[in-house]
Design a protein around this ligand. Structure first.
Ligand SMILES: *[C@@H]1O[C@H](CO)[C@@H](O)[C@H](O)[C@H]1NC(C)=O
Ligand SMILES: *[C@@H]1O[C@H](CO)[C@@H](O)[C@H](O)[C@H]1NC(C)=O
Ligand SMILES: *[C@@H]1O[C@H](CO)[C@@H](O)[C@H](O)[C@H]1NC(C)=O
Ligand SMILES: *[C@@H]1O[C@H](CO)[C@@H](O)[C@H](O)[C@H]1NC(C)=O
Ligand SMILES: *[C@@H]1O[C@H](CO)[C@@H](O)[C@H](O)[C@H]1NC(C)=O
Ligand SMILES: *[C@@H]1O[C@H](CO)[C@@H](O)[C@H](O)[C@H]1NC(C)=O
Ligand SMILES: *[C@@H]1O[C@H](CO)[C@@H](O)[C@H](O)[C@H]1NC(C)=O
Ligand SMILES: *[C@@H]1O[C@H](CO)[C@@H](O)[C@H](O)[C@H]1NC(C)=O
Ligand SMILES: *[C@@H]1O[C@H](CO)[C@@H](O)[C@H](O)[C@H]1NC(C)=O
Ligand SMILES: *[C@@H]1O[C@H](CO)[C@@H](O)[C@H](O)[C@H]1NC(C)=O
Ligand SMILES: *[C@@H]1O[C@H](CO)[C@@H](O)[C@H](O)[C@H]1NC(C)=O
Ligand SMILES: *[C@@H]1O[C@H](CO)[C@@H](O)[C@H](O)[C@H]1NC(C)=O
Length: 428
């Protein structure tokens, strides 16, 4: 049931991209034959005659791609060559060819690179070791890490398979990490079965992720789709994410996050937080989630903060959200305790303010359509407009509960008790 389900429109767009891609590779190769750093001739096959001076293909550096040989050293060699190319008139590119499966141990791709921008095109499969011994020397708990690379492009129609199932009983490792990057573009790939979160974006500015297909079983623990922290101006759009935890988590020190046209489910929804664990000062602002759908998820639009933290989560908008059988469609939880029962109540917490929900419709499988569970510090300036959440079971009704929240609501079903109710003008 995992992996093969895709949003039809995404699949179509990816198929289009694939054919587009072939022509681009061909054009680039013709263009580059005169340059010292020849790019590959074709996406797969045909690279032998260009290997002598190519940056082009990982197989030129000894990668085998039979799914069994450890290709880590070959990938590192190929990365080093790519990263050493002086700025050329086009972007130096490394290709992971299609119809091959490259087994990689944990590897760290380090920048900065000499060229202003570099591209890694993944057409085949990158596979993680399926034994725990294969994961030794794991730098920063990461399997594939791109560090300190600016203007990095990682795209293609390939697959990254984290072989995560061996880890799901144990505490574990994230699959792909972009750390300290600017102007990252990551698109087209399928990400499967990460041991922990599939993609993390840390200390990045102006990152764009799109046309991704991220999938792990609903029962797999901590397999977040995309985690963002300490980053600014991150956009994630037109992707399918279905995992065992948050589809997207927007964490501490982030601002300017756009999340658009994400199909999420199964999973725990799109979350701001959790914020303020262990008394931390945390800040999140300018988060815009729009045109997203949640299908069979535990949560939909969620904000979660721990007791005892400080800082703020503010200026957050959830707009045009469709819900299908969601357990907790809209929730702010200031008593988040990660499923445990032993968290103490404290006198401080991360302050939640200026949160807007507009155009949220669909069904809830539980009773609690809307839950604002805030502490004495109050969640302020909550705005709700044109919300209609009904029970998945036509025989049942749903409720909104509200503690220590203030703001306004308009045309909102179910009615939220502690907000000021404005007249419902459905024309607006
Ligand atoms: C693990 O991978 C090896 C190849 O690297 C394969 O021969 C073996 O069957 C795999 N084992 C499992 C349990 O998937
Ligand atoms: C990334 O850059 C920082 C700052 O220059 C440096 O301290 C760190 O070692 C680099 N990380 C890697 C993995 O190259
Ligand atoms: C990868 O990104 C580059 C730069 O944006 C783009 O030209 C190319 O079409 C992309 N390739 C794929 C397969 O998406
Ligand atoms: C991912 O790799 C594992 C082997 O490690 C394999 O059993 C599994 O089928 C792969 N998943 C997909 C969707 O190819
Ligand atoms: C999980 O971790 C324990 C202790 O570290 C280890 O003994 C066990 O082999 C691990 N399980 C798997 C499936 O790797
Ligand atoms: C953001 O990154 C994109 C590439 O994804 C680039 O085209 C654009 O110029 C960058 N914007 C800024 C402000 O640097
Ligand atoms: C987010 O989207 C809004 C409206 O579409 C746009 O104005 C803004 O620049 C976008 N921000 C980022 C970080 O992409
Ligand atoms: C929701 O997910 C279920 C189970 O995967 C699927 O059968 C159904 O078509 C999906 N509904 C929508 C509206 O996407
Ligand atoms: C409230 O949030 C919205 C949306 O992010 C923003 O445009 C507005 O400026 C914020 N208001 C204040 C007073 O910060
Ligand atoms: C903390 O306060 C919340 C809300 O008042 C309450 O539901 C919860 O039981 C309290 N937890 C503890 C450990 O006192
Ligand atoms: C309250 O929310 C409204 C609607 O998003 C916004 O326009 C206004 O700036 C917010 N005010 C404050 C004080 O955050
Ligand atoms: C709310 O949604 C239900 C179920 O789709 C529909 O029957 C009802 O008419 C809607 N109410 C409003 C006010 O739009």
């Amino acid at each position: 049931m995992k992996s093969k389900r895709r949003d039809r429109s995404i699949e179509e767009e990816q198929r289009e991209e694939r054919s587009e891609l072939l022509s681009i590779v061909l054009v680039l190769s013709i263009f580059s034959t005169g340059l010292g750093h020849g790019l590959v001739n074709e996406a797969s096959g045909g690279f032998n005659e260009t290997c002598k001076d190519a940056v082009g293909d990982v197989t030129c550096y000894g990668a085998i791609g039979d799914g069994e040989t450890d290709d880590s050293e070959a990938f590192l060699k190929a990365w080093k060559a790519l990263c050493e190319v002086e700025a050329a008139s086009d972007i130096p590119m490394l290709v992971v060819p299609m119809e091959k499966e490259f087994l990689l141990k944990p590897v760290t791709f380090e920048g900065p690179c000499k060229s202003d921008s570099v591209q890694v095109q993944v057409l085949g499969t990158i596979l993680a070791p399926n034994t725990t011994e294969g994961w030794t020397n794991c730098y920063a708990n990461t399997w594939l890490g791109f560090w300190n690379v600016s203007n990095l492009i990682v795209n293609g129609s390939g697959e990254i398979n984290g072989s995560g199932s061996i880890w799901w009983k144990n505490f574990s490792i994230q699959a792909l990490r972009f750390y300290n990057c600017s102007n990252l573009q990551h698109s087209g790939l399928t990400h499967l079965d990460s041991p922990r979160n599939h993609i993390s974006i840390i200390f990045c500015d102006n990152a764009t992720l799109y046309h991704l297909n991220i999938s792990a079983p609903e029962s797999s623990p901590n397999t977040d789709g995309v985690d963002i922290s300490s980053s600014t101006n991150v956009s994630i759009h037109d992707s399918y994410i279905g995992t065992g935890d948050d589809c997207i988590a927007v964490n501490d020190k982030t601002t300017g996050i756009n999340i658009t046209r994400i199909v999420c489910g199964p999973g725990h929804g799109i979350s701001v937080g959790s914020l303020g664990a262990n008394g931390a000062y945390a800040t999140v602002e300018e988060v815009y989630v729009n045109n997203c759908s949640f299908n069979g998820t535990l949560n939909g639009a969620r904000i979660k903060t721990w007791q005892g933290g400080s800082g703020y989560a503010r200026n957050i908008i959830f707009e045009q959200v469709t819900l299908v059988d969601v357990q907790n469609p809209i929730i702010i939880d200031q008593f988040y305790c990660n499923g445990k029962q032993d968290c103490q109540n404290e006198t401080s917490s991360v302050q939640v303010s200026n949160v807007t929900y507009i155009g949220i419709e669909g069904t809830c499988v539980g009773l609690d359509a809307i839950t604002f569970n805030c502490d004495e510090i109050m969640c302020t300036n909550i705005t709700m407009k044109h919300i209609n959440i009904t029970s998945s079971d036509p025989e049942k009704s749903v409720v909104a509960s509200c503690k220590n929240a203030e703001g306004n609501s308009e045309c909102t079903i179910p009615e939220v008790p502690c907000l000021t109710i404005d007249e419902c003008d459905n024309q607006k």
